[in-house]
Design a binder for this molecule. Structure first.
Ligand code: CUA
Length: 329
């Protein structure tokens, strides 16, 4: 019986391993996480196959014939069997604990020379700040898109401005909560070029499902070009920056034709702001509850943009929206 169970378990485990269930492995850490996952899965499949096989066989083999109402034969137990079914699970659980402990320690080891990126989560957007990359003045580079060079370790310092969110790029596997008031950390070394989704994996409110950003992994030369481009954009007019800020920060909740955003959580700004003056637009950003568009709820939009957006960025955003919605842009 046990042999049959083990054979079935082995076949199922092989089938399970060869179907590509998981996303691409695009970081150094992904292999460690996946190996742990598969170790546990294989053990679980084997144990399940043995237990289910023995149970089904016993029900079929030892069933009472019709009309047999006698007691079963008295059984005292089997010391050898009990030792076996205690020792094997202990060994399996210990193996899982040691293996995953080592994998986690390796995956979470932050190299000294890693690049720091600060991740700020907020209902319902991500903001990535590069404290080591300065624009002119002493403004660090900040972006709604996560852009990284390949094969360089990145230490993410993660926090939230409101409720609990969770930072996750499935292809990188590493996942970490974003919690207001504390800074959590995780480390990722991207090993594949390409574009990957940044996903919020903690139910955080109405816009949770749209709380996504993009992670782009570039070659070192492309990354340096991107940094230069950001410096150039920062040196340009305020409304150009305002548009970029809008696309990255506001677009997941608000539709605006010029920025090509389609967010549905908040009002469509082509309509809601049509013909409104600068004061109305500024108030709507810094004090969104002052006037709620018909059909929408108060308290959905963050009310702290006055504190969280640096003054010039807020000015640029207002300037951009005034241009767009008064037909001047
Ligand atoms: Cu933020 Cu879900």
């Amino acid at each position: 019986m046990t042999l049959v169970g083990l054979a079935v378990g082995a076949v199922l485990a092989v089938v399970a391993v060869f179907i590509p269930w998981l996303p691409d492995q695009a970081s150094r850490e992904a292999g460690l996480i996946d190996n742990t996952y598969w170790l546990v899965t294989i053990i679980c499949v084997a144990v399940f196959a043995v237990v289910a096989g023995v149970s089904v066989y016993a029900v079929w083999k030892f069933r009472a014939p019709p009309g047999d109402l006698e007691d079963g034969s008295p059984i005292h137990g089997h010391t050898g069997l009990e030792i076996v079914w205690t020792v094997i699970p202990i060994a399996l659980v210990m193996a899982i604990a040691v293996y995953s402990g080592v994998a986690l320690a390796q995956a979470e080891d932050i190299p000294d020379d890693s690049r720091v990126v600060e991740v700020s989560a907020q209902q319902f957007a991500w903001r990535f700040t590069y404290p080591d990359v300065m624009l002119q003045g002493d403004q660090p580079l900040a972006s709604g898109e996560l852009v990284l060079p390949i094969d360089e370790a990145v230490e993410f310092r993660i926090t939230s401005k409101d409720v609990i969110h969770s930072f996750w790029v499935p292809e990188w596997r590493m996942k970490q909560d974003a919690v207001q008031g504390i800074t959590t950390k995780t480390v990722v070394t991207p090993t594949k070029l390409g574009t990957f989704p940044v996903i919020c994996t903690e139910l955080c409110g109405l816009g949770h499902a749209v709380m996504r950003a993009q992670a782009r992994v570039l070659t070192r030369a492309e990354f340096d070009r991107w940094v230069e481009e950001q410096r150039r954009v920062a040196a340009e007019g305020a409304s150009v920056q305002g548009k970029e800020l809008f696309t990255q920060q506001c677009g997941s909740c608000h539709a605006l034709a010029d920025a090509e955003t389609q967010g549905q959580v908040g009002p469509d700004l082509d309509n809601a702001l049509q013909g409104k003056d600068e004061e109305f637009i500024r108030t709507s950003i810094v004090d969104p509850n002052a006037q709620i568009a018909q059909g929408y709820q108060p308290d959905v939009m963050p009310q702290d943009y006055e504190q969280t957006l640096p003054g010039p960025q807020l000015d640029g955003l207002v300037e951009y929206l005034v241009e767009e919605t008064q037909g001047g842009g």
